[in-house]
Design a protein around this ligand. Structure first.
Ligand code: HEM
Length: 206
């Protein structure tokens, strides 16, 4: 593997590890998270996708975004369903943490499809990778019947995650970057750092 996909994987490795270990994450992975905290996580992720997905739609014709527009990826409806399942009808009133607001602001302000593509990489490749381990954790913690509450981790329109991720990486490598991918890598690093802060902010009860 060479090119932008390899750069992203290698250059975000450290920040990925920091995000995995930040704030609520270690306890979450060990199966220890309160229902309300999990609802807060979902509410905040909804805030991020609620900026990411419209930004992708705005730039759908851009060569930086078109390869990643796949209706089976959209997570907003799934997050709404899960947030309502765990947080009840009032889930939207749960606070948006500063780091989630910051991510949303970056995406809302961005007229630059390259910036948006970096966030698509961080979120969707993450959801299709580590997110799949979290699905099992969530089902165990809350002893969920069937697939209730885990719509966020469920991609019915993507039958083969391995093949999908291989194609996603090939699309990253084919992006018409003029800087070797520096801008996308830099924005992906910003996104991971904001996620790290988000997990820390969620560790404070609210
Ligand atoms: C919290 C626990 C997490 C675990 C256990 C975890 C685990 C993993 C694993 C095992 C992979 C490699 C899968 C593969 O090669 O196909 C991966 C990839 C990835 N994860 Fe995570 N992850 C976590 C959190 C996150 C978070 C919070 C984000 C983003 C905010 C994220 C974004 C990514 C991305 C973008 C990749 C793809 C890397 C690449 O191949 O380019 N992960 N994760």
């Amino acid at each position: 593997m060479s090119g932008l996909a390899a750069r992203l994987r290698e250059e975000t490795r450290d920040t990925h590890m920091r995000a995995e270990r930040a704030g609520i994450m270690p306890d979450f992975l060990r199966g220890q998270i309160e229902r309300r905290t999990y609802a807060r996580l979902l509410r905040n992720l909804h805030g991020v996708y609620d900026a990411l997905e419209p930004a992708m739609q705005r730039h759908a014709l851009s060569p930086f975004i078109a390869p990643f527009v796949h209706p089976g990826l959209w997570r907003r409806d799934a997050l709404e369903a899960d947030a309502a399942f765990f947080g009840g009808a009032e889930w939207r009133a749960l606070p948006l943490e500063p780091a989630a607001q910051e991510l949303a602001d970056r995406l809302n302000a961005s007229g630059d499809p390259e910036v948006v593509s970096a966030h698509a990489y961080v979120r969707y490749m993450g959801d299709l990778s580590g997110g799949q381990a979290l699905r099992g954790v969530v089902r165990r913690i809350f002893t969920l019947p069937d697939d209730h509450g885990v719509a966020f981790y469920t991609f019915p329109a993507i039958p083969d995650f391995g093949a999908f991720k291989t194609a996603f990486r090939a699309s990253l490598d084919a992006l018409p970057v003029t800087d070797g991918g520096d801008a996308i890598v830099a924005e992906a690093l910003e996104s991971f750092a904001a996620h790290e802060r988000l997990f820390e902010q969620l560790a404070t009860p609210r």
